[in-house]
Design a protein around this ligand. Structure first.
Ligand code: KIV
Ligand code: ZN
Length: 502
């Protein structure tokens, strides 16, 4: 059975999803989980794109062991050098350089001739080789490129030292049969193709990213580039969990597998969703809330008689837990820490203490504590940012014949400031009071409330997106009181804006 390499680009292409940007600590947390998941390569960012991206790639390279860490670079010298610098401390580092090869990109974007593009690609690969042996070249918009020209580019970059050549469907244009034929064509026509791994990278504009990737695997592709939950530029990238489980479920058909620890899939999906604020649709394959739910009577009947009548994969195989009671009022710090570890979180002592305090507080408010509640508590510690503002107190009054009113107390630097405001509802009044105290100029782009588990005492989780001067940030807040959760989410987002400005 062939083992297909999984190149995860959640932290690079995935982060290009509108509004999905992550801070460095959040990226580290995702990268650690990707290692537990067993991916082969983590594309950690695009180092030349911003100081933040450079820092993220550099820290991931230095701190994350157990996977190859890749940094993206155009073919420009400065890009390659910056990527080389960022991956320097990696156990195994890769430079991933790219330039477009389609005539449409050459004419309108690059304003270059075909030969010039080959020269740039070859120079970039050679320069990257000065930093690492592991160099990947991507022919951007490969699926709209002329096939023989693509063969030529592939041959030349392999001669220059590329060990992986990626054939991206940048704009999600191809269809499975055509893409499979393209990969087969390259396999047959490029004389030195055996010296490199052929990689595929599909976007989902026509909803075909996973199908196209699988078609390419059948024709010899040895690496798949994908993201958790399929997040990514525009309609997203191929969803890793779908590719991995397709190979796992149909071994005879594909004769290929991956090294992914499938039991870690669900946890990874939830972590990425929580950190990026990109909610997973309920009917999403593999990780959606309904992916393993049998609703129709006939299905339920068949399933109860014999699972395999309506189930092609077991939820346990992707790590979907039965929501279970995990800990309670009397659980100690050790049990809490051990449970966190099982859930994939490793906190330092200080963060652990804070999370444990919150857990104890939650136990006083809520009878049953589930894994999802604990994840929500700790994700606040994981995504921590310096607090310019913190919530000290909040009280609201509202009712059918009452003007909604909020009185809020915030710590701003060393000062405690309070304010009372009226609004269209208790959340509106609370947000007006916070906006007055902080004097924010930001606009509220998105406000979402969801309950973490069932029951009227469930934790409510609020996510908000704010925009100020073109900077978009997301804030999260969770509490059994949804007005408090809303206030926490707003304050969290405002703190991120302050941190960004600094
Ligand atoms: O979609 C694309 O072509 C890319 C490349 C940079 C690989 O993301
Ligand atoms: Zn892409």
């Amino acid at each position: 059975m062939r083992i297909i390499k999984i190149f995860d680009t959640t932290l690079r292409d995935g982060e290009q999803s509108p509004g999905a940007s992550m801070n460095v600590d959040e990226k580290i947390q995702v990268a650690k989980q990707l290692v537990r998941l067993g991916v082969d390569i983590i594309e950690a960012g695009f180092p030349i794109a911003s100081p933040g991206d450079f820092e993220a790639v550099k820290r991931i390279a230095a701190e994350i062991k157990g996977a190859t860490i890749a940094g993206l670079a155009r073919t420009k010298d400065a890009d390659i050098d910056r990527a080389g610098e960022a991956i320097k401390l990696a156990e195994r580092g890769r430079i991933h350089t790219f330039i477009a090869t389609s005539d449409i990109h050459l004419k309108f974007k690059l304003r270059m001739e075909r030969e010039q593009v080959i020269d740039a690609a070859v120079r970039a690969v050679k320069r990257a080789k000065g930093f690492t042996d592991d160099v990947e070249f991507s022919a951007e918009d490969a699926t709209r490129s002329e096939w023989d020209y693509l063969c030529k580019v592939t041959e030349e970059v392999i001669k220059a030292g590329a060990t992986t050549v990626n054939i991206p469907d940048t704009v999600g244009y191809t269809v499975p049969q055509e893409y499979g034929e393209l990969i087969e064509y390259l396999m047959n026509k490029v004389p030195n193709i055996d010296k490199a791994v052929i990689s595929v990278h599909c976007h989902n504009d026509l909803g075909l990213a996973v199908a196209n990737s699988l078609a390419a695997i059948l024709k010899g592709a040895g690496q798949v580039e994908c993201t958790i939950n399929g997040i990514g530029e525009r309609a997203g990238n191929a969803a890793m969990e779908e590719i991995v489980m397709a190979l796992k479920t149909r071994p005879k058909f594909f004769n290929a597998d991956t090294k992914v620890v499938t039991e870690e899939i669900y946890k990874t999906s939830r972590l990425v969703s929580k950190i990026t604020g990109m909610v997973v649709q309920p009917n999403k394959a593999i990780v959606g809330a309904n992916a393993f739910a049998h609703e129709a009577g006939i299905h339920q009947d068949g399933y109860l008689k014999e699972r395999s009548t309506y189930e092609i994969m077991k939820p346990e195989a992707v790590g979907i837990p039965q929501s279970k009671l995990v800990l309670g009022k009397h659980s100690g710090r050790h049990a809490f820490k051990a449970r966190l570890k099982e859930l994939g979180y490793e906190l330092n002592e200080e963060d652990l203490n804070k999370a444990f305090e919150k857990f104890k507080h939650l136990c006083d408010q809520k009878k049953y504590i589930f894994d999802e509640d604990i994840e929500t508590l700790v994700s606040e510690e994981v995504s921590k940012i310096p607090e310019a503002y913190s919530l000290i107190d909040l009280s609201v009054s509202s009712g059918i014949n009452q003007k909604p009113t909020a009185t809020i107390k915030l710590k701003v630097g060393e000062n405690i400031i309070d304010r009372m405001e009226h609004g269209d509802g208790p959340v509106d009044a609370t947000y007006k009071a916070i906006a007055e105290i902080t004097q924010t100029k930001s606009n509220l782009l998105k406000f979402e409330v969801k309950s973490i588990t069932g029951g009227t005492d469930a934790l409510g989780e609020v996510t908000v997106s704010l925009d100020e001067d073109g900077r978009t940030v997301r804030g999260h807040g969770a509490d059994t009181d949804i007005i408090v959760a809303a206030a926490k989410a707003y304050i969290n987002a405002l703190n991120k804006l302050v941190a960004r400005k600094r």
